[in-house]
Design a binder for this molecule. Structure first.
Ligand code: ADP
Ligand code: MG
Length: 606
């Protein structure tokens, strides 16, 4: 007799049940796998029927290619797939499925019936399986296509069944899956029924924007937007909800609906910084990347992907989103003042004027940054020294004359003559070229971003203890990530520590930020830290970027916020002192100009 456990190979039945634990989490995962199979089979119509949120029954039927009798039985074997056969193909997966795991896994934990027919002339087949055991395979009449019925999910794994939620919750998850599939494939028609209720019934259409309107009747207006960077492309849809609540995002990566907390974070951040009007909005982000830049084989249910260059992917998505937001808010054709573009017609600020003003403020030791009422009362930061030297200031006398003879007033800020604040959101100025528009939120975000970056580079961060520490409930993975980011948080003035396995306690925050803001910022950084887990190189730099970006976004004055004339001027001065007054850290323009020429042309003066 030996006490050493002997190694033995698990039976297929047991392996399938273990795999089911990864692939099949809930009825929605069954819906996802079956719908993906139908799409891979080139169905043009897919019908999904659920009973009891899918807990009692999930049935998916399609008019796809079907299977012959032999394949129908083979499909239930582990790693049986018609979709890839060589290792090479794994790098260029064109189908949604490829592992040959779904059917056997689902069949292992349910009462499962597959009815399929590849060629009506030959007849179809019905395979009945219970808990992974094939009970029968008989001939059956069926038109070309496949129906899979999954009853009593987890009937033989009570521990898993216990984790199922209410039918309403399970239904909501399943519905979300259908949304993803339906938005990815507007050319396929989808039906979702729950009991006798039809929840989705969308005909095939040519574009996703029509599909979104069909799916979501609240969407009277859908704005399409997009951006490209090299071979990467984002196309998106934004349907303002006109309500409240968290905006919902459907993310598609190379035609596959996936989840990505970081992308969700980026999208929410853009919507939030745009101000009100996006409560309950629906966003679809359709990202196309060269197959080599995205790994779809990192999650058992293929619900998550990994980007090889995640930073540039987020930047691209943010840029596209900002486009979408701008488009949905309506816009005039104006040109961004590009990086380093000379602001013509403005006197050199280093030779007196505001240059003097800024130097005076610096000489007074006034941090250019937080020391005026718009930013709260705290004063920190040494001189901003030579920041102005980097920007191109070229007085230009021979600017083209405008026909109307309209002349700009004498400039009284670095960006021209201040006209005032428009809708409590934008600063309007005139220069010799036309009308200059500065987005106050993004401008302040830029100012704060530079400020926080300096703190991260080693400056002292002011921090203020909280009378009552604030608690953040997180999951274990986030809690485990805290020690790795504590240091970075401290550098910006946030003191946080573990306070139980799933709770984080925040003891001190930077004085400019409220608790809610800090909570969100800490969560964001932990999100990124967990996502970066296992990517140690550059991780801390990425974390610092994330922290600086989210802190500055949360801390920046919002749109719809009234500024006094002094505050407006101070903001423009501070903006000038940043590394790049024309672009926010994510590449969003800060300053726009509507040229006099354009204005006159449109008004029929030219
Ligand atoms: P995978 O999708 O990864 O190949 P599955 O276990 O989901 O693995 O399916 C196994 C095989 O069964 C598929 O490769 C396909 O050949 C066949 N199959 C599954 N569902 C369908 C369907 N609805 N229509 C036609 N063939 C199907
Ligand atoms: Mg599959």
């Amino acid at each position: 007799m030996s006490l050493v456990p002997r190694i033995h190979v698990l039976s297929d039945g047991l392996i399938n049940r273990i795999a089911a634990g990864e692939v099949v989490e809930r009825p929605a995962s069954v819906v996802k796998e079956l719908v993906e199979n139908s799409l891979d089979a080139e169905a043009t119509k897919i019908e999904v029927d659920l009973v009891n949120g899918g807990r009692s029954r999930v049935r998916v039927s399609d008019d796809g290619c079907g299977m012959d009798a032999d394949d129908a039985v083979l499909a239930l074997e582990r790693h049986a797939t018609s979709k890839i056969s060589t290792a090479d193909e794994l790098d260029h997966i064109a189908t949604l499925g490829f592992r040959g795991e779904a059917l056997p896994s689902i069949a292992a934990v349910s009462r499962f019936v597959l009815v399929t027919c590849a060629d009506p002339a030959q007849g179809g087949v019905r395979v009945t399986v219970e808990g992974g055991r094939i009970l029968a395979a008989d001939g059956a009449a069926r038109a070309r296509g496949t129906t899979v019925e999954v009853g009593d999910l987890f009937f033989n794994t009570p521990a898993r069944r216990k984790f199922l939620r209410s039918p309403e919750t399970e239904l909501r998850h399943a519905q979300e899956i259908l949304w993803g599939a339906a938005l990815a494939r507007p050319d396929v028609s989808f039906v979702l029924r729950h009991g006798s209720r039809t929840l989705i019934d969308t005909p095939a259409v040519v574009d996703a924007s029509q599909r979104l309107k069909d799916l979501w009747h609240k969407a009277d207006r859908v704005v399409a937007f997009g951006a490209t960077a090299g071979e990467a492309e984002v196309r998106g849809l934004l349907a303002p909800g006109g309500g409240s609540g968290r905006p919902a995002l459907t993310l598609l990566v190379n035609g596959r609906a996936v989840r990505d907390r970081l992308v969700v974070g980026a999208v929410l951040r853009v919507l939030r910084s745009a101000g009100a009007g996006f409560g309950g909005a629906r966003v679809v982000v359709d990202l196309r990347l060269p197959p080599g830049e995205v790994d779809v084989n990192v999650h058992p249910a293929k619900a998550e992907v990994r980007f090889s260059r995640s930073g540039s992917v987020f930047a691209l998505i943010e840029r596209a989103m900002r486009e979408g937001v701008a488009a949905s808010q309506g816009r005039v054709e104006v040109r961004a003042l590009e990086d380093g573009a000379p602001l013509r017609g403005v006197a050199d600020p280093r030779a007196g004027g505001y240059g003097e003003m800024i130097r005076n403020r610096q000489a007074r030791g006034g941090g250019a940054l937080f020391d005026h009422p718009a930013y709260g009362e705290v004063s920190i930061e040494g001189p901003v020294d030579d920041h102005t030297a980097g920007t191109t200031w070229r007085p230009e006398k021979d600017h083209p004359r405008v026909r109307s003879g309209a002349r700009a007033g004498a400039p009284d800020t670095p960006f021209g003559r201040l006209i005032g604040q428009y809708r409590n959101s934008f600063l309007l100025l005139e220069d010799d070229h036309g009308l200059v528009i500065v987005d106050q939120h993004v401008a302040h975000e830029r100012v704060l971003f530079d400020q926080i970056r300096r703190r991260l580079a080693g400056g002292e961060a002011p921090s203020q203890g909280l009378l009552a520490p604030c608690l953040i409930e997180v999951d274990e993975a986030h809690a485990a990530a805290l020690p790795g980011v504590e240091n970075i948080l401290r550098k910006v003035g946030i003191e946080a520590e573990l306070f139980g396995p799933e709770t984080i306690r925040v003891l001190a925050v930077p004085p400019e930020f409220d608790e809610e803001a800090v909570k969100e910022v800490v969560e964001g950084v932990l999100d990124r830290a967990t996502a970066l887990d296992g990517v140690p190189e550059n991780a801390s730099q990425e974390l610092e970027e994330e922290l600086a970006a989210s802190l500055s976004c949360r801390g920046a004055i919002k749109v719809n916020h009234r500024l006094t004339v002094d505050e407006q001027r101070a903001l423009l001065d501070d903006l000038l002192a940043t590394d790049n007054p024309y672009r926010c850290p994510h590449g969003r323009p800060i300053v726009l100009r509507l040229s006099q020429e354009e204005m006159e042309r449109r008004l029929g003066r030219r």
